[in-house]
Design a protein. Structure first.
Length: 377
């Protein structure tokens, strides 16, 4: 039987009614990004302040992004070092959990045949939810590449493997790019129901490694994936007056999906239940502002990741993550030159890849979940 933990990054006290579907005996770790303003709102809730984070991370404290939901990375490392949880669930503080929240995620770690979809490109998770725009047109989630926004053939079948990650979904305020919400009324509409194609659908295979827009608002994964779940730091300007934001989870998800398929079919990744209720709309101007360079830089990021993944061997997620970013760091100039990456983007990519390699070496390269659980249990 799995031992779950729920991670919530936040700057405010967690509303107890939003997480009432999580049983009282489940540990909840709140990563406090307010520097001390959050108080526990129920039993078995632990709040980690900046001081707690510094104590645990030591000289590697700078690896934890702040003033962003990517601060959840701290809890990933804390769990690896200090607990024996093997089902890691992470949730934003503005999501209302449905009654099946825990049971839907209990499929993590099981090995069997699952429904599957292959697309030569990216799979549209908004379409998967049965949501269409005005006149029945296809509309797209945040992070879905604009250059792929045309009808793509979907091939449905099955895939067998260990389910290592599920991205849950949400109703009400859906997750769109700020530019789309600014331009189009149908992107601003609320959707109170979701009609999923399947309760759980795995995406891609090693033969056809389909990607999808990965949102960290509501997802879960097996303990083995802790090293690879790192959410990208978005803590600098790319050009004067232009920060990068809102791609921390999109880019992290691309890496996760690429590594799952690199394992040659041993593991699968899925989307589907649980479907939470997203309660709050973001600041539209800030979203458009922060997403601008993310869209411009994404093709180079994806090509760099694919180059690195092609150069490494299949292995544990810890080993692959370490090798991937070791390769990209050691060969950065050649890879960037080959891809004709603009000089303006290179500082961010180079520093981020070095940072991710530092993160990776904090973890044992071998799959050692059972041994660590015995050691800390």
């Amino acid at each position: 039987m799995s031992k779950p933990v729920v991670i919530i990054p936040s700057i405010r006290t967690i509303e107890a009614d939003r997480i009432a579907a999580i049983p009282e005996d489940v540990d909840i770790f709140v990563v406090d990004d307010s520097d001390g303003n959050i108080k526990p709102s129920r039993d078995r809730m632990t709040v980690f302040t900046y001081a707690d984070q510094r104590e645990v991370m030591g000289k590697d404290y700078d690896l934890i992004p702040h003033k962003t939901a990517a601060c959840r990375n701290f809890a990933f490392y804390y769990i690896y070092k200090h607990t024996d949880h093997d089902l890691i669930i992470t949730l934003d503080d503005d999501v209302f959990c449905p009654p099946d929240f825990m049971s839907a995620y209990s499929a993590i770690g099981t090995t069997r045949e699952f429904p599957n979809v292959e697309v030569d490109g990216w799979y549209n998770t908004i379409d998967f939810m049965g949501v269409r725009g005005d006149g029945g047109r296809e509309i797209y989630p945040r992070g879905f590449p604009y250059w792929l926004r045309s009808p793509l053939e979907k091939r449905f079948g099955t895939a067998t493997g260990r389910l290592v990650c599920i991205m849950g979904l949400w109703t009400n305020v859906l997750d769109y790019d700020g530019l789309d919400k600014y331009l189009f009324e149908d992107y601003r509409s609320l959707h109170h129901e979701a009609k999923l194609v399947e309760p759980l659908l795995t995406v891609g295979t090693p033969k056809c490694p389909t990607k999808f827009s990965f949102c960290a608002m509501n997802f879960a994964f097996h303990r083995d994936m802790l090293p690879a779940a790192y959410q990208m730091p978005m803590d600098r300007e790319i050009a004067p007056g232009y920060p990068i934001w809102r791609f921390d989870d999109i880019w992290a998800g691309y890496v996760i999906e690429a590594l799952v398929h690199k394992r040659g079919g041993a593991d699968v990744i899925g989307i589907g239940n649980p479907v939470g209720t997203h309660l709050k709309e973001g600041n539209l101007v800030r979203e458009v502002h922060g997403e601008h360079y993310g869209h411009l830089m994404s093709p180079y990021f994806y090509d760099m990741i694919e180059t690195g993944v092609a150069a490494i061997a299949p292995g544990s997620y810890a080993a692959m993550y370490q090798d991937l970013f070791g390769t990209l760091s050691a060969n950065f100039t050649k890879i960037a030159d080959d891809l004709r990456c603009p000089e303006l983007y290179r500082g961010y990519f180079r520093e981020t890849f070095e940072r991710l390699h530092r993160w990776a070496v904090l973890f044992d390269r071998e799959d050692s979940s059972s041994e660590r659980r015995s050691a800390v249990g």
